[in-house]
Design a protein around this ligand. Structure first.
Ligand code: SF4
Length: 319
């Protein structure tokens, strides 16, 4: 039995959700029509070099449709495939979903919660889009329904953030995480392994940096080069600067990352799964995410290791 109370070698977020809601929970993506400050000129105009929101948006998810309609279509889609759930979370995923006037944010979140079966919100955004008044609004929603704040960090290293034209610093990310905690909204963070110029040591150091922050959960992705992005051009010019991992190499890196990660940080994802038609470079022979996750957990078993095994901070309070 591990510190998170079960026999899996990672602290799986899905189990925590099941405990909260009493059954399997399905997230439904919503494109609520927001943009982001790295596209509209406030911080930048061309966006992050890896960005192509189409690569992860499901087909029913289009901003021309109302939020209610997107969620209704999402529920119908999932109901026909997975009959085991009737609990849904509205996942405001595309672009920056706290980037707008407060009354607009409030109206859009309320619209999602008015759909039958939607029992909570997942709000994806950037660290520079969570001013205190936004956190106050989210905290207000959190008093009546589960709210999960998801911050895209991508890297813990400023030189990487500059290179991928992220338009914010790591200090801003750290500040956003700490302020979110002040509103009892410990965030999930999103990180990419393999970004240009980062060594494996840099990536492993990120696990230690995150372990010192009040982070509730983590989504980890391997770098995938998406067709048509600025990053695709850069990768063609200087491929040696990028880490496009083979599966075995990635499994090894993720395990070493997890060993350094605080055990109470719940794991939401450990790899990305962009549709193959978007990928400039295909790897891993079309393995599905659940198969990749199984490889990682099987290898952890073989190595007799677990999340947090060599982490010096076992809880955030001890840091
Ligand atoms: S990845 Fe997110 S923050 Fe970056 S340009 Fe795309 S939508 Fe904006």
């Amino acid at each position: 039995m591990f510190p998170w109370g079960d026999h899996r070698r990672i602290n799986a977020h899905s189990l925590r959700l099941k405990e909260t809601f009493g059954m399997r929970v399905q997230k439904l993506s919503v494109d609520a029509g927001f943009t982001c400050p790295n596209r509209d000129g406030k911080r930048g105009a061309g966006g992050c070099t890896f960005c192509n929101n189409d690569a992860f948006n499901p087909s029913y998810c289009q901003p021309e449709k109302s939020i209610r309609q997107q969620l209704a279509e999402g529920i119908a889609f999932h109901r026909s495939r997975y009959r085991r759930t009737s609990v849904y979370l509205a996942y405001f995923q595309a672009y920056s979903n706290t980037y707008g006037p407060l009354d607009v944010l409030q109206q859009r979140y309320n619209e999602a919660l008015s759909v039958e079966g939607v029992k909570g919100l997942v709000i994806g955004t950037r660290p520079d889009c969570v001013e205190n008044k936004v956190l106050e609004l989210l905290a207000e929603f959190a008093r009546r329904t589960p709210v999960f704040l998801e911050l895209g960090l991508e890297s813990c290293h400023d030189r990487t953030l500059l290179r991928i034209k992220r338009g914010h610093s790591f200090a801003e990310a750290e500040d956003a995480i700490r302020r979110a905690q002040g509103y009892a909204l410990e965030p999930a963070v999103h990180l990419v392994l393999g970004l240009p110029g980062e060594s494996k040591e840099d990536m492993l150091a990120s696990a230690e940096i995150l372990s010192g922050l009040p982070v509730r959960s983590l989504k980890l992705h391997q770098l995938q080069i998406i067709k048509g992005t600025a990053m695709e051009n850069e990768w063609k010019l200087v491929p040696q600067d990028f880490n496009i991992f083979e599966l075995e190499d990635y499994v090894d890196l993720v395990i070493r990352f997890l060993e350094r990660l605080r055990p109470d940080i719940a794991i939401e994802r450990l790899a990305a799964e962009a549709p193959p038609r978007y990928l400039a470079e295909r790897r891993w022979g079309g393995l599905r995410y659940d198969q990749v996750l199984k490889r990682i957990e099987d290898e952890m078993e073989k190595r007799e290791t677990w999340q947090g095994r060599v982490c010096l901070r076992q809880t955030v309070a001890s840091g």
